[in-house]
Design a protein around this ligand. Structure first.
Ligand code: AMP
Length: 629
């Protein structure tokens, strides 16, 4: 099947195209209805289909003869541990853990928060929830207690699964005190907290509420997968929106399974028996799609890595893994490759390892800059592909489909739309623009299977955030253009979301925190260029008169506050005091202009600007910042 043919068919007759894909899945009941559209523009895929995602990822693979194949390789340079689980072993672990969840009263539709580091038990926890129809929500371990509490109050979990600690290089980060603090802050209280005690730290357990993971699982009975409807939620993944309240993206079982099986084979070119490495964290969407569900449902061996690109122990760590496990394909964020390149510009670490198993590398999470792209291709000698997607879509929107014939890749672009996605560019009035003209990147409805169709407990926010701006289209929040041949160029977010090391963060949320400082009169937080992380936040603050506090002190206090409330992953380190901020006559802060000044780009002072002189003042204050290359 060629890319052109698949793409044309997927747009002309989406129901037929996806029914064909769905037919290859082992449903308990094959769907007879493929696509239904609701009055508000959202879709229902495979409405009467019945399945179980844990069955597809484990039991089904064993039925197909993969019981003795390694399903999951755990490699942890930070603890010196490596472990392998065959499909049979992983299924047995998951079935027992699922049994424990049942014994603790967790059932279909109940929420479960998973706050865990990159250990195999995190993947087992997700699959155990899926097995019994509980809805998991993995919260990234780098989030502070306050962020965890927000998610607990939104997901209202019956249970929290956690570990005593995570490891950052050689630093032990205790998780349990964070969970305890989050539960003090949260209004909702789960019935139990199950704690995996790791040798690096022992967590104190609260009698009655907290359980020791190993002891509890040891006494549990295995359970079989339950039959679920295609539309039943598999998980909630929180992501930053433009306000402080995170959005609970909901992924459905049916669409997710069909989409991920399609993506693994046709986008990433993986087959059963291949070794796949999704370099990310279970706390992000990539961890769900490309560490756990995608590779396992496709019968691959998945690598779960508890380490960093550098300093665990060095910049050759990735290449060591590729050689050691004969990795055939990998996903990575550009920021990790930039960190490796900085330490090993000549690729000596690459040359000291055998990468012959590796067919290609896929990068996403932020734009792949051409310097990193060229370097990576040069040192590895492998094709390197930029591709673009979002937490909301759950799988690639644009990518070279290496599993389809005739699929070209174009360096500098995020490549062409994947079958199922009708990507277009619109102007402010919602009119399609010509090729090479910039505008808002949208996807014409219907969205393909796998894409989120609602937000947890807040459907109207979904409709308002994604479908109302351009009726008939899904609004991605990214700006960019398509060239004459349909290759997509993503220029960045058009809202107040920034991308730090491939992680989406809301500048609005940080502004809220900064504004709470007693000395701050007003502020703006913007994303500025960073050589390694892509973007980092910068706060411009106007101090109240007569505060007697200097820039150093206000910076130190604000840095501590953001670290405490959001977490170290925000990389919030820079604060500059300014006399005033550029505003429109109606008093709106002109953040777009601030971003341009901070990144040293040319700009035209907006006609709505209240007082042009303020721009000169800001330029002076920001003169010392590193510039985009
Ligand atoms: P997340 O939902 O955290 O995965 O972030 C999704 C956002 O990251 C997108 O809306 C883009 O702004 C950005 N992004 C992801 N991949 C790319 C890419 N290949 N090129 C440019 N931006 C990207």
């Amino acid at each position: 099947m060629t890319y052109q043919h698949s793409y044309a068919q997927s747009i002309a007759d989406p129901a037929r195209f996806w029914q064909n894909q769905a037919d290859s899945l082992a449903w308990y009941r094959t769907p007879s209805v493929t696509l239904q559209t609701n009055a508000d523009g959202t879709q229902r895929w495979f409405a009467d289909g019945r399945l179980n995602s844990s069955y597809l990822a484990l039991d089904r693979q064993i039925e197909l003869g993969r019981g003795e194949q390694v399903a999951l390789i755990y490699d942890s340079p930070v603890t010196g541990v490596t472990q392998r689980f065959t499909y049979s072993q992983l299924r047995d672990e998951v079935a027992r853990l699922a049994g424990l969840l049942c014994e603790l009263g967790v059932g279909k539709g109940d929420g479960v928060i998973i706050y865990m580091p990159m250990v195999p038990q995190a993947a087992m926890a997700m699959l155990a929830c899926a097995r019994i129809g509980a809805v998991h929500s993995v919260v990234f371990g780098g989030f502070a207690a306050n962020e965890l509490a927000l998610r607990i109050d939104d997901a209202r979990p019956a249970l929290v699964l956690t570990a005593s600690c995570g490891l950052e290089f050689d630093r032990v980060i205790e998780y349990k005190p964070l969970v305890d603090r989050a539960l003090l802050l949260a209004r909702h209280q789960p019935r139990h907290v199950v704690v995996l005690q790791r040798p690096q730290a022992t967590a104190a357990l609260e009698p009655g509420r907290d359980l020791d993971w190993e002891a509890a699982v040891a006494g549990a009975q295995s359970v079989a997968p339950v039959v679920l409807d295609a539309g039943d939620p598999l998980y909630i993944m929180y992501t930053s929106g433009t306000t402080g309240k995170p959005k609970g993206i909901v992924r459905e079982n049916g669409g997710n399974a069909v989409a991920l099986c399609y993506a693994m084979r046709h986008v990433y070119g993986m087959q059963a028996g291949d070794v796949w490495w999704g370099i990310s964290d279970v706390g992000w969407v990539v961890g769900h799609s490309l560490i756990v569900y995608g590779p396992l449902m496709c019968g691959c061996t998945t690598v779960l890595y508890e380490g960093k690109p550098i300093r665990t122990p060095d910049a050759a760590a990735y290449w060591r893994i590729v050689e050691q496990y004969r990795v055939n394909g990998l996903f990575c964020a550009p920021t990790a490759m930039r960190a490796i390149r900085k330490e090993d510009p000549h690729g000596e670490g690459v040359r000291s390892h055998d990468l012959s198993s590796l067919r290609q590398l896929f990068l996403a999470g932020e734009k792949l800059d051409s310097a990193t792209h060229e370097w990576l291709e040069r040192v590895t000698g492998k094709p390197v592909h930029d591709h673009w997607w979002q937490t909301e879509t759950g799988w690639p929107v644009t990518a070279p489909c290496v599993g389809l014939e005739g699929s070209a890749a174009r360096p500098g672009s995020s490549n062409r739309a994947v079958p199922g996605y009708h990507v277009q560019v619109l102007d402010d009035e919602g009119r399609p623009v010509a090729a090479n003209q910039q505008g808002a990147i949208v996807i014409a409805l219907p969205l393909p299977p796998g894409c989120s169709q609602t937000l947890w407990g807040d459907h109207s926010r979904y409709v308002q955030a994604y479908l109302q701006r351009y009726p008939g289209y899904y609004h991605t929040g990214d700006g960019g253009y398509l060239d004459d041949e349909g290759f997509v160029y993503i220029m960045g977010r058009t809202d107040d979301v920034i991308n730090v090391s491939g992680h989406r963060l809301s500048t609005g949320e940080m502004e809220d925190l900064v504004a709470q400082h007693p000395a701050v009169a007003e502020c703006a937080v913007i994303g500025v260029h960073d050589e390694i992380k892509g973007q980092v936040p910068l706060a411009l603050v106007v101090l109240k008169d007569g505060q007697g506090i200097g820039e150093q002190q206000v910076q130190a206090e604000l840095v501590a506050s953001v670290r405490e409330q959001i977490g170290a992953l925000a990389c919030f380190q820079r604060v500059r005091v300014v006399k005033r901020l550029p505003k429109t006559r109606s008093g709106k802060i002109l953040r777009a202009v601030l971003r341009k000044i901070a990144d040293g780009q040319d700009y035209v002072p907006p006609s709505t600007l209240d007082d042009v002189a303020v721009l000169g003042e800001i330029e002076q204050v920001l003169a010392g910042l590193p510039r985009a290359g």
